[in-house]
Design a binder for this molecule. Structure first.
Ligand SMILES: Nc1ncnc2c1ncn2[C@@H]1O[C@H](COP(=O)(O)OP(=O)(O)OP(=O)(O)O)[C@@H](O)[C@H]1O
Ligand SMILES: [Mg+2]
Length: 267
């Protein structure tokens, strides 16, 4: 018996153009994230992966409008939450790592301060204790010399280091039950990519996180995810266990996606 933490149910949405017309982009998207497992959301560029994830957190672009469906988190429809209720969910329950970590960090504050601020917001306690937790989180994601690094600004971090800091923020400082990662390794060197993925898998396991990994990299999916959701043009075309989808893809689009990736050799 699987236990579902979050369920996107027949979710549809459109962008409101300048002339007021609606251009539909999500067409009845449905997928479920099983508690404690890693689920990959894959699909070509523009298929609606990010937009669906942003909708889970209620942080879609302003021109986006939901036209139908629900997003159930622990059985409660997040689409019915007001901003105040959503703010209680964000970070504490569901957190997200964005593609460009350095852009997600605030350039005018040190990394340690940003982590400490979020810690204090979520858990309270003294300033000093929060900074201690921030440094611990940096240490936990293998940032060397975390005390010194905490005093640095985002521009002093490499791309891989900034991504580690964001993962520390999203997975450790926030301590969520659901972690969403949107292309967390895109733009990083290949060796750093695999280090970061190892870190994500390790944190997910040790903290019992439910993880949703949005990625183009099917090789990463094979190694890390138990479940897979395949999206194409604003629809889910196939979903199920990674094993079933990689060995017996039913949908023509999934078959093409697999054939176009390096995975063919591995499968
Ligand atoms: N701010 C926006 N205004 C208008 N259309 C948008 C906006 N953001 C996204 N879209 C459209 O919504 C659709 C889904 O976009 P989304 O960003 O979810 O795709 P994606 O699957 O995450 O793609 P990628 O792999 O490139 O990140 C696309 O057709 C895109 O052009
Ligand atoms: Mg995207």
């Amino acid at each position: 018996m699987s236990d579902i933490l979050l369920e996107v149910e027949n979710f549809s949405g459109a962008f409101r153009g300048e002339t007021g017309d609606l251009a539909p982009v999500l067409h009845g998207v449905s997928y479920a994230l099983e508690t404690g497992l890693m689920t990959a959301v894959v699909g070509e560029s523009g298929s609606g992966k990010s937009l669906t994830a942003l909708s889970i957190l209620g942080i879609q672009p302003p021109a986006f409008e939901r036209t139908g469906g629900r997003i159930l988190f622990r059985g409660h429809d997040l689409c019915g939450f007001d901003e105040r209720a959503l703010r209680r969910v964000r970070g504490a329950e569901i957190s997200m790592v964005f593609q460009d970590a350095r852009a997600a960090l605030n350039p005018v504050f040190t990394v340690g301060r940003q982590l400490a601020d979020v810690w204090q917001l979520q858990h309270g306690g003294s300033r000093k204790a929060a900074m201690g937790q921030a440094i611990e989180a940096l240490r936990r994601v293998s940032i060397p010399e975390p005390e010194r690094r905490a005093r640095q600004y985002p521009h002093e971090y490499s791309g891989g280091m900034a991504q580690r800091a964001m993962i520390a923020m999203a997975a450790l400082v926030c301590a969520p039950s659901l972690l969403i990662l949107d292309e967390p390794t895109t733009g990083l060197d290949v060796t750093i990519q695999s280090d970061i993925m190892e870190l994500i898998v390790e944190l997910s396991r040790t903290r019992g996180l439910t993880t949703c990994l949005i990625t183009h990299d099917l090789g990463v999916v094979v190694e890390t995810c138990q479940n897979v959701v395949v999206m194409n043009a604003g629809r889910v075309v196939e979903s199920g266990s990674a094993e079933a989808i990689f060995t017996r893809p039913r949908d023509a689009y999934t078959q093409r996606l697999l054939a176009s990736s390096v995975l063919v050799e591995a499968a």
